[in-house]
Design a protein around this ligand. Sequence first.
Ligand code: GAL
Length: 415
Amino acid sequence: MRGSGRILAAVLGLATVVAATACAAEGDAPRDVEVFTWWAEGGEKAGLDGLVAQFQANCGQYTFVNGAIAGGAGANAKQVLAARLAQSEPPDTFQAHAGLELTDYMNAGQLEDLSAEYAEWGLTSAFPKGLIDNLTVNGRIYSVPANIHRANMLWGNTKVLASAGITSNATTLDGFFADLEKLKAKGATPLALGRAWTQLMLFEAVLISDLGADAFTGLWDGTTRWDSAGVDKAIADYQKLLTYTNKDRDTFDWTDAEKLLVDGKAGYQLMGDWEAADLDAKKFTDYSYSVFPGNTGVYQWLADSFVLPVGARNPEGTKCWLKTVGSAEGQQAFNTRKGSIPARTDAVASDYPAYQQAAIADWKTLKQAPSCAHGAACSQGYQAALDAAIGQFSADGNVAAFKAALITAAGRFAK
Ligand code: GAL
């Protein structure tokens, strides 16, 4: 049985046990609240732990049950979740990205409407209007956002960079290529990279550099064509970037690529700002961060949110979790440890580590562009098609086939 199949079988087995336990206690109000995420270690788990501590303080009548399945960006978790939803065995709550990823679950009728809770908990005015718009479908709102993450960030090992004579981070792709060349000459892996979804993140950042934020955003609703000179340039730049990455990238999760950086084997890595929290959790301090070269002025965003699935065993317990997620204390407990910034507008920046203080300021002033790799810009079908196309391109380097796959995916999924 392959890895994800084993995980699926194990979790479905676990679900049966949990269901049996719930039946044994029939008649009693359920206590357990199973929270399904992919935050299983490092800074991601630290963030979840912060939220759990707040949940335990607020909702002592309920018991947190950790349904996390490891694997960056939900690589394994989403398959298990899809199977459980198909079998009407949902967890009590699961994480879903604000934007089109969430819309998929809404359209499938898998989520309960939380509009009444928004009014009761005062959430409508607590979050920025743009985010509320992203979460709202036909006047109803189906999830509570926990944070805002930034995707288009470049992380560096300052010692490795200094040894190659790099003392400041490039602001253009040309400058970046020159620095990657210097790192290569020193024998370091210039740019650490992982498998498909991390490659899609890198490609998205290159698209932003070559197209600008508005045309990039248009790729997702079909107003920007994939068969254009700008996209051709981005594919060429991306292909050139791949030549500076580790050859075993297709076997790596983002944390494996991050390890190359931490171990002093790589100079740079493009990754979302969960890397800030993870490097801090790993007590690694010799790192720099800057926006990806050519992305200056653009905040590529994504937001984790939690939902109440139709058929959840413990809806009241889930509501207590969701209320905690949306509260000022919950957002602080989570985001100070997760690398993200609070989705609420009333957060006090000085409560946060230095990276997030800068991010809180940037979020208010920079141009916003959504992430497809993390569900804000594109549906799960579109994302899966692009993950497959970019993974194939990593293996065969066939530009014509890659471009054709991008155009086909857009034809099917852009809207
Ligand atoms: C994203 C998620 C982030 C972080 C990342 C890496 O999809 O929104 O919170 O967990 O994956 O696993």
